[in-house]
Design a protein around this ligand. Sequence first.
Ligand SMILES: Cc1ncc(COP(=O)(O)O)c(C=O)c1O
Length: 447
Amino acid sequence: MNKPITLPNVTNFAKSDEHRSMIHSLIPGGAHTYSKGDDQFPVHSPAAITHAKGVYCWDLDGNKYLDTLMGLTSVSLGHAYEPVLERVKEELSRGSNFSRPGIIEREMAERFLSLVPQHDMIKYAKNGSVVTTAAIKLARAHTGRSIVARTAEHPFYSYDDWFIGSTDCDFGVPREVQNMTVTFKHNDLEDLERMFNEYPGQIACIIGEPEKWQVIEPDFYEKAIAIAHKHGALWIMDEMITGFKTDYPGSIKRLNAEPDMATWGKGIANGFSFCALTGKKEVMELGGIHREGEKKLFLVSTTHGGETHAIAAGLATMDVFENNNVIEHNHAIGDHFIKGLNGILDRRGLQDYFDITGFNWSVGLIVKNAQKQPCLFYRTLFMQEMIQRGVLYQGILSPCYSHTIADIDFMLAAFDASCDVFEKALQDGYEKYLVGPEIKPVFRKFN
Ligand SMILES: Cc1ncc(COP(=O)(O)O)c(C=O)c1O
């Protein structure tokens, strides 16, 4: 018989409260990505993390949590994963930034491109926004067109104006720039054609995450990319989330797709800051300096883009993926969680109050209210209850190589126990149980 699982009761947030009360006077937003912000967490939650190892992390008050989003999905193997750390330390002992490119840049280029045979060239950066914006710039230069089309449903591609100006958070973005981004329905060929017909000869490129929320038909990208090309536009596949998760290296392989460019980040260097843009030669070489007499395109130029130890982290991460069944392991973890969730929801008769979204490589959960509608108040309450039971949970499990079945059983036990409070809240109202305000939509007009 399985040992009963003892759940912690995390209630001391004194140091977190002090941190929350002052950090906003030092750092606008209190964090460096929107999803780490205080407006994305309940009040009873860790305000800052002191350290993490494997799939556990610790907060300012010494509380320990099972990590489920793993550094916004960037930590694909585990926190402070030894084989990656060893390689990083070795690289660091030889310096991290030089006045000419580090030789490791070539090693990475050859290795990464061998994983993406559809593409011929690669460019590095430290953040995903930089490479998605670089792809947009190349597409505009290649086509001589201005309009960018993006899938409407996907949450985020960049903090740059071309994307953020097309959300409710358009404050500070010139109207002219806002008007240069249009949207279409993901996974919908008719809507794609509709959009091209609405903006004839004006769309430079399509950018979208290859897989999100919905199952993609095996021939979708063959058809969709053919439509884009017929209308003279390029296709950019944003593999920031799917890369090293849906498959190795990502959906480009799983779906046998041939986009003109692809962008990579998050899980490819186990949390280290290494992102990449890959693409076809005829597009990528526009960013080069050997096209004598041709217009020079200023592509990505960043002092830290070739930082050697982050690239080494990427190489070490690839070694682990290639020498172990990381993808299979991570998918099995996701499957175990989905099965467990369904079991709990069935047993409790709660299926109508939650939607399990996504796939085994990223398991999302939508929390609903008594009217069976998605609800941020109940979502915040559910996060609060999971955190109290030692699980740092934002509604997504991003399985990593260090998650074990036992970790997921622990998470499921916390989920089951949190449902006790959730059920009471459905009866009595969330107000009786939720401490502090609800989490806020990220893309909103007003604070
Ligand atoms: C699909 C996608 N593209 C791009 C980005 C931007 O990446 P970064 O935060 O590294 O700039 C994100 C980040 O959340 C993302 O999810």
